[in-house]
Design a protein around this ligand. Structure first.
Ligand code: GLA
Length: 396
């Protein structure tokens, strides 16, 4: 599957040559992300703790004199072609509908055009080793790879956070997923060997070193979700409704970030049960994520891991974005001694768990978890040790 290393970048170049009859002028890379704490709080002005990972989208590209842009997605063996003028109609050059996968790069082109930045036509071939729908932000990595490409060809420079915000705009307004800023931020701003702590209200962020002797393990249930299915947008609307209802008693609140747990407990009974559950997850998860930095800096991995376990339970029972396979993967990991914390990562409904594991025992952990999950589900999972990587960049 996909492109993994220099050898495979060579393969991408070969495919590019085959499609366009010449070498690509450039190669860009943009990583996926894993989130350790602060789930479903980015669109509630909370704090998130992601890291860019060593899986990424790779993009070979050149400017073109043609009057349209031509893309080839290696992993699905499909192409698309569109002009700036076709963007708002979501049509290809031959008037057929733009395929859904092409909405991400086209959305980036649209968002840049809205900013009145120069977005020249492009010939591009890309491939990713981030499985789609796995909760590791394959979409954001595609967006950030194309941001780097158009920045290179358009001859302008935007700070990484600005590129992240425009990627989010593309996803919100062009693709139609009302996501927060976390995924594009992590893909754009990632730092090797570091966790990123982002305040999603002020957009201030800093890095936190990974504690020593700790490995991040990603465990893929192989169950796939579809984020555009509406469940995600429904969660976001429930949070907005909670703010509307709570502001009858707390008129100064702008988002659930402004509601402390004591006030929430007092007012919880005034909310419809469904809304109360969603809002409780967010209020409690923001409380948890506020503790993250101090715990990590003090090296208190036990307590940090406990917060991760609590987060999983909350996503399962209150936010209701887990699934049986994610629950089995998380609880199996939590029962293994070398594991400090395990929980689903990303939007949920399938995909991956993130696990914080004692490095000395990590190989055994991977084996136990793999066997345990397979024995209950009959599904062979993909489990690997992940390393925090740099954000989106031009390689060549
Ligand atoms: C998806 C969204 C993010 C964030 C997570 C849940 O990955 O793109 O903005 O909301 O879900 O934390």
């Amino acid at each position: 599957m996909g492109i993994t290393n220099m050898n495979s970048i060579d393969q991408l170049t070969v495919t590019y040559q085959h499609k366009f009859g010449q070498m690509p002028a450039h190669i860009a890379r943009a990583p996926g992300r894993v989130n350790l704490l602060g789930e479903h709080v980015d669109y509630n002005d909370g704090f998130v703790l992601p890291a860019a990972i060593d899986r990424a989208t790779y993009l070979a590209f050149s400017p073109t004199d043609a009057h349209h842009s031509t893309l080839w997605a290696v992993d699905i063996n499909q192409g698309a072609s569109f002009t700036l003028a076709d963007l708002s109609r979501k049509r290809q050059t031959d008037s057929t509908p733009l395929p859904e996968w092409a909405h991400y790069p086209a959305g980036v082109m649209w968002a840049l055009q809205e900013e009145e930045l120069f977005v020249p036509n492009i010939n591009a071939v890309y491939s990713s080793n981030i499985p789609q729908g796995s909760g590791l932000s394959s979409s954001a990595s595609i967006e950030m790879a194309f941001m780097v490409a158009w920045q290179t060809l358009g001859n302008w420079v935007l700070p990484p956070m600005q590129r992240a915000l425009l990627g989010q705009k593309a996803e919100n307004r062009y693709v139609g997923v009302n996501c927060g800023i976390m995924d594009q931020f992590a893909s754009a701003c990632g730092v090797a060997n570091k966790l990123l702590l982002l305040d999603c209200r002020s957009l201030n962020w800093n890095t936190i070193p990974l504690p020593e002797n700790i490995s991040i393990v990603i465990a893929d249930t192989t169950i796939r979700r579809k984020l555009t299915s509406g469940e995600y947008n429904q969660r976001r609307s429930a949070c907005e409704e909670a703010v509307r209802l709570l502001s009858r008693d707390l008129p100064t609140i702008k988002s659930l970030r402004d509601v402390n747990l004591d006030d929430f407990n007092l007012l919880a009974g005034t909310l419809p049960v469904g809304i109360e559950k969603r809002a409780r997850h967010v209020v409690e998860e923001i409380e948890r994520s506020k503790q993250a930095q101090a715990l990590l800096e003090a090296g208190d991995i036990q307590s940090f891991g406990k917060l991760m376990n609590e987060c999983h339970a909350s996503l399962r029972d209150l936010y209701e974005v887990s699934c049986p396979e994610l629950n089995i993967m998380a609880s199996t990991a939590q029962s293994i001694e070398s594991c400090y914390g395990a929980r689903l990562t990303g939007a949920g409904f399938g995909g991956c768990t993130v696990n914080i594991v004692d490095s000395g025992s990590v190989r055994d952990f991977v084996q136990f978890l793999s066997r345990g999950y397979e024995s209950v589900t009959g599904i062979s999972p993909e489990i690997y040790i992940s390393h925090a990587s740099n954000g989106a960049e031009l390689l060549v």
